[in-house]
Design a protein around this ligand. Sequence first.
Ligand code: THU
Length: 133
Amino acid sequence: MNKRDLISTAVEIREKAYVPYSKFPVGAALKTTSGKIYTGCNIENAAYPVSCCAERVAIFKAISDGERDFSEMAVAADTKRPVPPCGSCRQVMSEFFHSDTAIHLTNLDNDVKTITMEELLPFSFQQDDLTGL
Ligand code: THU
């Protein structure tokens, strides 16, 4: 699947979002290096902090399916600028993505900002940082 189709998939999966509180649907589409696609939408809860963002739903689906290697992700929301992922999602992405993994951020006007993992979360806390314990 090419970049444009990955973005369209992220836009389409927004329709599955469970967002009774924010009414702000977000969609994500994640591609493995073998070409498999995992989608995610945000899933909210009456206990607000328990909610989960679209990006993490897509990543957790893939990880729980045994996938570990990813090449690209697209994220879509109805925002003025390409939607910026939250800090928690950036940290989860940095656990599983390579520093040069491409992340396509977009809105419904098809403004696309493609950045790498390293650009999205520089100087991130990593597994190696735990070795000093
Ligand atoms: N949200 C995402 O799913 N991804 C983002 O990149 C930004 C925020 C969700 C969380 C919550 O369900 C709603 O958008 C409003 O913050």
